[in-house]
Design a protein around this ligand. Structure first.
Ligand SMILES: NC(=O)C1=CN([C@@H]2O[C@H](COP(=O)(O)OP(=O)(O)OC[C@H]3O[C@@H](n4cnc5c(N)ncnc54)[C@H](OP(=O)(O)O)[C@@H]3O)[C@@H](O)[C@H]2O)C=CC1
Ligand SMILES: CC(C)(CO)C(=O)C(=O)O
Length: 343
């Protein structure tokens, strides 16, 4: 049976997801705050550039006001930026419109979403594929990679299986019994390379091409990895590279970590972090739930994450216009960790 789905935030990720699910025959409605985008999605339809270069137009059901929604939805896919979660989700919860909410955004947002929708109505997921928002009514899917979803308690439920079928029309859809660890694995990628890419104003590959950027990246990786470990997470693979292969504890594991970093960059190197895209559009970033998320999680268990804390400060300073993104950020981070600067 076709599922009824609402996509909350029809930008890069949500808009691409809505187009693919609509193509597969699901009953999909986009809810998006951008009126011009919504109008274009309805008519003439989304201009959609696929990974293989195909370009198509697809009319979508779309509204900009939750008051326009009618009937009941099986799933709400939450694909707004973290700062928009509360205003986007609250009216849907108040109107009792949705059975299950699926939090798909980056960063540590799950406690917030759970507090808004209730634990029983929440499934957590993460998007490994990428997409770019090219302006009202125009989206591009940039990479093809899986979507991963899981119940918070790791159970294998009927609704999870139904959701997997729905998401399978967008990209390969996997289910997992360890979604919290998977979220932390992706957070390690985002906190290290999206954080440094945003602060440095460059692609992932440019971060590691800078000797100080490379050094700081490995140190941030270790800080995030150790925080996750202290929280009981078992980290998996990032772009097919096991997270522990990038760990440097002393000189003996340095060469292996350098190799792993280079392998990771073969796939992830061309990435322009969505936090950098936000800075370039003069928008607030999600740094408080990405690097700030690592700091907060560490603090709750009595640990510190000084590099993530400094990176959070740097990105907020760039947001406020105090200075521009650039490689000086790497040197500032290196000063936080004296042994980095000394090398
Ligand atoms: N882009 C990517 O490659 C990836 C992104 N992600 C994550 O996915 C999430 C979404 O990112 P992305 O798709 O890039 O973001 P976009 O900015 O492209 O899309 C978000 C959309 O949500 C809209 N919006 C804002 N507030 C509300 C609201 N209250 N109600 C409904 N819609 C609203 C925005 O409108 P407006 O522009 O007017 O604010 C925008 O159209 C983020 O957490 C991101 O980190 C994860 C993996 C990859
Ligand atoms: C790495 C990427 C592009 C998706 O996997 C992402 O999560 C981001 O830029 O925010």
């Amino acid at each position: 049976m076709a599922e009824r789905i609402i996509v909350v935030g029809g930008g890069a990720i949500g808009g691409v997801a809505a187009a693919q699910m609509t193509n597969a025959g699901h009953d999909v409605t986009v809810l998006d705050a951008d009126h011009r985008h919504v109008t274009a999605l309805r008519d003439p339809g989304l201009l959609f550039e696929e990974v293989d270069g195909q370009v198509s137009r697809r009319r979508l059901q779309a509204v900009s006001d939750p008051g326009e929604l009618t009937g009941h939805f099986d799933f709400a896919l939450l694909t707004v930026k973290s700062l928009a979660l509360r205003p986007a989700v609250t009216p849907l919860v108040e109107a009792g419109l949705v059975d299950t909410y699926v939090a798909l955004g980056n960063g540590l947002v799950h406690d917030l979403v759970q507090s808004l929708v209730g634990r029983d109505r929440l499934i957590v997921g993460l998007i490994e594929w990428g997409a770019t928002n090219l302006g009202p009514g125009h989206l591009q899917q940039t990479t093809d990679a899986p979507t991963v979803v899981g119940e918070l308690d790791g159970s294998s439920t009927q609704r999870l299986a139904r959701l997997q079928r729905v998401l399978g029309s967008i990209a390969e859809a996997k289910t997992t019994a360890t979604i919290a660890s998977q979220v932390w694995t992706k957070l390690l990628l985002n906190s290290t390379f999206s954080g440094l890419g945003a602060a440095g104003g460059c692609l992932y590959r440019d971060v590691v091409a800078d000797p100080v950027g490379r050094e700081v990246a490995l140190q941030l990786w270790r800080e995030g990895y150790d925080t996750a470990g202290a929280l009981g997470m078992t980290l998996g693979e990032v772009f097919a590279t096991p997270a522990d292969q990038l760990l440097t504890r002393d000189a003996t594991d340095r060469a292996a970590a350098e190799d792993a970093l280079d392998r990771l960059m073969v796939r992830a190197g061309p990435t322009k972090a969505s936090m950098l895209q936000d800075l370039q559009r003069s928008r607030p970033t999600e740094v408080d739930v990405i690097n700030g998320g690592v700091v907060e999680a560490a603090r709750k268990i009595g640990r510190e994450a000084p590099l993530n804390a400094e990176l959070t400060r740097i990105i907020h300073e760039i947001e406020s216009g105090a200075h521009r993104a650039g490689p000086e950020a790497f040197r500032r981070l290196a000063r936080v960790s004296g042994d980095v600067g000394a090398r």
